[in-house]
Design a protein around this ligand. Structure first.
Ligand code: GLU
Length: 275
């Protein structure tokens, strides 16, 4: 009797373990160890033109994609061996903590709050929170003019947090992705979209004459590559790769290529925050 029960329990546990693995519960290897095996899973945005975009044919483009490919290359991984996974703003820490991605390059601001859960290499770019409005709008001129306005941002993002904290007069609505906010702005159900200027510039470039960037950045958003907390080896290697990208001209080339149509000038590369 007892033996059968133990057996049954054992089989049950095994089945559970199989299900857990099948569900994509992550591996315990570090990013550098996965790279040594020749493969990496990288979290990016899928809907942010100029930064992280999955096109209809299933290919990927954008500055974050180029940064991810460069870093992967320095870790010895060929572009075709990178599996890109969508990393919406609110899911980034969880994706890293669960080992579902090796690292994330997805307009991911380095913040102390996030550093309690994940580590960051970088910064590799510094953006600033801004506002996007319809081209014919004249009364939204900066964050101080948002009183009573319907402003869209994304769950789990720093811009949404900043608005909720510092601009309580605005009627903040949070969606899962910025592309949903853009649709709402175009249809007239939102008055503005707020997030980083580079993200907004990418959407504005896709709808010339329809949307315009207010162009008054009011925060500092340092983009880092997020990875598992405590994995110093991978973080050091990713920092080395970012430094190499700054030094050999690839960083500026990637900025020029991806932000070319938006009127954005490539700034100087930021100083890495090695810790
Ligand atoms: N950089 C900001 C953040 O990490 C906004 C962009 C985003 O949501 O990806 O929250």
């Amino acid at each position: 009797m007892r033996i059968t029960r133990a057996l049954r329990l054992g089989v049950g546990a095994l089945a559970l373990a199989v299900v857990a693995t099948g569900c994509g519960a992550g591996s315990s290897k570090t990013a550098a160890q996965h790279a040594a095996d020749g493969k990496l899973t990288v979290g990016i945005k899928f809907d942010q033109p100029g930064l992280g975009l999955r096109t209809k044919d299933g290919s990927f483009s954008g500055f974050d994609v180029d940064v991810a490919r460069y870093v992967a290359g320095k870790l010895g991984v060929k572009p075709e061996n990178i599996a890109f996974k969508e990393a919406p703003s609110a899911q980034r820490e969880t994706l890293i903590q669960n080992g579902q991605v090796d690292f994330i390059a997805a307009t991911y601001s380095i913040t102390d709050q996030r550093k309690e859960k994940v580590d960051f290499a970088g910064p590799y770019y510094v953006a600033g929170q801004d506002l996007l409005v319809r081209a014919d709008n004249t009364d939204i001129t900066g964050p101080e003019s948002l009183k009573g306005k319907k402003v869209c941002s994304v769950k789990g993002s720093t811009p949404a947090q900043n608005l909720a904290k510092d601009y309580k007069d605005a009627q903040l609505q949070t969606y899962d992705t910025y592309s949903l906010c853009i649709e709402a702005l175009k249809s007239g159900s939102m008055d503005a979209v707020s997030t980083d200027n580079v993200i907004l510039a990418g959407y504005a470039a896709q709808s010339p004459g329809q949307l315009k960037l207010v162009n008054k950045p009011f925060t500092t958003e340092k983009y880092g590559i997020g990875l598992k907390k405590g994995d110093k080896d991978s973080r050091d290697r990713i920092n080395d790769a970012i430094e190499a990208m700054f030094a050999d001209g690839s960083w500026k080339a990637a900025l020029d290529k991806n932000f070319g149509g938006t009127g954005f000038q490539a700034p100087q590369p930021p100083t890495l925050d090695r810790y």
